[in-house]
Design a protein around this ligand. Structure first.
Ligand code: IVH
Length: 714
């Protein structure tokens, strides 16, 4: 990081090399931001670089390069999507950084129009949404094409992706819209959707997401629109491009029109003639920033009258009649003392920076997220450099940023201040909570290494214990009556239950305990007895349920059933997985050879059984429970053998999975839909269209009880 001399003090020679340096920096940042959706420097640094670039060009016009960046916005579009030329360029905005800049802006306007007697200029003020801009073209009220901004002149055709956004009307409503209407606005992701996606992805071993803006950008550039559709992106309309007829006389009214035609417009837009009101609105928006639920990075002021906008005109890359008043960069410099590793409920190891407390934007920050080990090493999830490739080390001086209510991040390190003896951070390969191996999985869908490292101690890791115990007793697993999430959490907190085996020792432990369950709040003699009985009743669980209950990653109900069917008893399954984990290729291939079982599952299963602590926990558990052998005696002589059966409505005596397994055991085929080939429909309460379909086709319909009678299982 060079020490910036004021531009006035630069020699011609220094100015030239400085301009070249900034040119490279801005181009690189543009590419990172617009093409890779992975900014490599902070907005504040970028703005400062742009400003300094302009200052040098203004002070030394002779140094202006033929490829000057002052005329360019963003980066050229990436390959892959068709290019779209914008009929009206998509411009950028000049920036104001303080109240004085805003007053100057208004003053410039008043000066420009000073000859117009009695003209009082009105301006609008609205949030600057931190997403990415898009242009939506409507012809005769129908959405025909949508594009990204690209370099402002040419963007990418992302019509199909934009069609998946609920806020983008496919057809305009109301009346009075021009035949050709290009609506412009911002695509963004809410904090809630971002958090949900991040969580889901962590559970599924998908990629790590750093912030809503980049995620929205990545989502919009998906080749497969169904992926975009799942991201629940949103859109605010705030401007327009080509129009075949004027849509209003003022900015404010034009935006209201867009609202009437079906677009979502931001509710925080005002119109005023006074600078004080503009600044007042800015502060009010700033105060609401943390609770808006989406990221904004400033307030945009625009001259209200459209005829006057036209007269005031444009400078190279931005309109003269509008300006973005940026929020102060919520950044501060501090020291990173230590990197701690936290283990999440699903076993993810998350690095957290413990900082010398520092005030950032009025809030004391002591911790910041470091996302994952690649992030610490200076790489993004595609392996590209971030922070100019600098890694993050304990003892480093770092720049911390807080934006809205997003968790503080470390956006840069100050390499000059790095202690001489510092060493790269070594990300642990064992779980700090339980000592089990922590691994990075390969995502089966993308073939990429997961950014997160995960603890393999599913059964014994205290950080994961509560979640796993809840899973163990859940409805489709061991399904223990009266032992739900609430009870598990309480028993775990009291130390009564730490691992699955403890559940089955609960009654015995209770006889020895001084704090009897029946005396605890919420319990009594009867309820405690009932619970112990319910637990006892599950000492011989079905094999598929038992395997599912272990909570092995990637082993859901159906995969558990495949293992149960293939191996018939638990020991055989365990033995095979154990051998495979020890490097026995034949055993590994046996697992892989099961139809419906892939690499990810096999890796997860072998990893699970290779973990000694899991093994111990299973031994303890098997001392208490005896999973039933899986009998696949398909009877050819049952009343339903060879018949095609459909279950519909809610079943009360068995789960769907159980019903299916039972029918198959009895030689029936289970189908999901009713057709002429269906022989029998078992309908529970609430059965709907399938029941109707059966009746109209004359297919026999019976109740769940009748099913048990007929199959002789009652
Ligand atoms: S008006 C000709 N209004 O900020 C004026 N832009 O830095 C066009 N942005 O490219 C822009 N919120 O992506 C405008 N309320 C708002 C905005 C907004 C976000 C973005 C937009 C634009 C960038 C300029």
């Amino acid at each position: 990081m060079s020490i910036d001399l004021p531009v006035d003090e630069l020699s011609l020679e220094d100015a030239k090399s400085e301009l070249d340096r900034l040119h490279r920096l801005i181009e690189k940042a543009d590419r990172a931001y617009y093409q890779d959706d992975a900014p490599d420097i902070s907005d504040a640094e970028y703005d400062a670089a742009r400003r300094r670039y302009m200052e040098i060009e203004t002070r030394f016009p002779e140094l202006r390069r033929a490829d000057s960046l002052s005329e360019r916005v963003g980066a050229a579009p990436v390959d892959g999507f068709a290019k779209v030329r914008h009929a009206v360029p998509m411009l950028s905005l000049g920036n104001a950084f303080d109240d004085a800049d805003v007053a100057d802006f208004v003053q410039r306007g008043r000066k420009f129009f000073e000859r117009d007697k009695n003209l009082e200029l009105a301006f609008t003020a609205e949030p600057k949404i931190d997403g990415l801009s898009a242009s939506l073209r409507y012809e005769n009220g129908i959405f025909v094409r949508g594009a990204t901004r690209g370099d402002g002149t040419e963007g990418e055709d992302i019509t199909e992706n934009l069609k998946t956004i609920a806020d983008v009307p496919k057809k305009l409503s109301g009346a009075g819209w021009p035949d050709v209407l290009e609506v412009r606005g911002e695509v963004y992701m809410t904090h809630a959707d971002f958090a949900a996606l991040k969580k889901r992805s962590a559970e599924e071993g998908g990629q790590d997401y750093v912030n809503p803006r980049n995620t929205a950008a990545g989502s919009l550039r998906q080749k497969d629109p169904s992926v975009t559709a799942k991201r629940n992106l949103k859109f605010f309309a705030y401007a327009w491009g080509q129009v075949s007829a004027p849509i209003a006389d003022t900015q404010y009214e034009a935006v209201q029109r867009l609202g009437e035609w079906g677009f979502v417009i931001n509710p925080l837009m005002i119109r005023t003639t006074s600078v004080e009101d503009l600044l007042g609105h800015y502060r009010s928006i700033e105060e609401q920033r943390a609770t808006l639920g989406y990221d904004i990075d400033g307030v945009v002021y625009k001259l209200d009258r459209l005829d006057l906008q036209q007269r005031w005109g444009f400078v190279a890359r931005a309109p003269r009649w509008a300006i973005a008043h940026k929020f102060p960069a919520e950044q501060a410099t501090t020291i990173l003392h230590k990197i701690d590793i936290q283990v999440g409920r699903t076993g993810t190891l998350t690095p957290v920076a413990r900082l010398q407390p520092v005030t950032v934007g009025g809030v004391v920050v002591e911790n910041a997220t470091l996302h994952n080990e690649d992030y610490i090493a200076g790489r993004d999830s595609f392996g590209a450099e971030i922070r100019e490739g600098y890694d993050i080390r304990e003892g480093d001086t770092v720049i911390v940023q807080r934006a809205g209510d997003v968790i503080p991040q470390i956006v840069a390190v100050v390499p000059d201040k790095r202690p001489a003896q510092s060493k790269p951070f070594e990300f642990p390969h064992v779980c700090p909570e339980c000592g089990s191996e922590a691994v990075r999985e390969v995502n089966p869908k993308t073939g990429k290494l997961d950014a997160r490292r995960r603890c393999t101690g599913e059964l014994i890791c205290p950080a994961q214990a509560v979640e796993n115990l809840k899973h163990f007793v859940s409805r489709n697993a061991l399904d223990i009556d009266g032992l739900g999430d609430k009870q598990i959490a309480a028993f775990h907190a009291e130390g009564r239950i730490r691992e699955p085996a403890d559940i089955f020792r609960l009654a015995e432990e209770d006889t020895r305990s001084l704090k009897k369950l029946k005396d605890q709040e919420g319990w009594g003699e009867t309820s405690a007895k009932k619970l112990f009985a319910a637990i006892d009743a599950r000492r011989e669980p079905e094999l598929d349920r038992f395997i599912f209950a272990l909570g092995i990653r990637h082993v859901g109900e159906s995969t558990a059933a495949l293992f149960a069917k293939t191996f018939s008893n638990f020991e055989a399954f365990r033995e095979m997985a154990f051998r495979a984990g020890k490097g026995d290729a034949e055993a590994y291939n046996t697992l892989l050879g099961i139809d419906g079982v892939g690499d990810t599952v096999v890796q997860s299963v072998t990893g699970f059984f290779a973990n000694e602590r899991n093994e111990k926990a299973i031994d303890a558990l098997l001392a208490e429970v005896k999973p039933k052998d899986y009998v696949v005696s398909i009877s050819a002589d049952s009343a339903v053998a060879g018949k095609t059966v459909v279950f519909t409505g809610s079943l009360e005596r068995m789960s769907r999975t159980e019903a299916k397994a039972m029918a198959e055991r009895l030689g029936a085929k289970v189908s999901g839909s009713v057709s002429a080939k269906t022989d029998l429909v078992v309908a529970g309460p609430g059965a709907g269209s399938k029941l109707k379909q059966a009746e109209s086709l004359g297919v026999e319909v019976i109740s769940e009880d009748e099913w048990f009678e007929r199959t002789g299982q009652a």
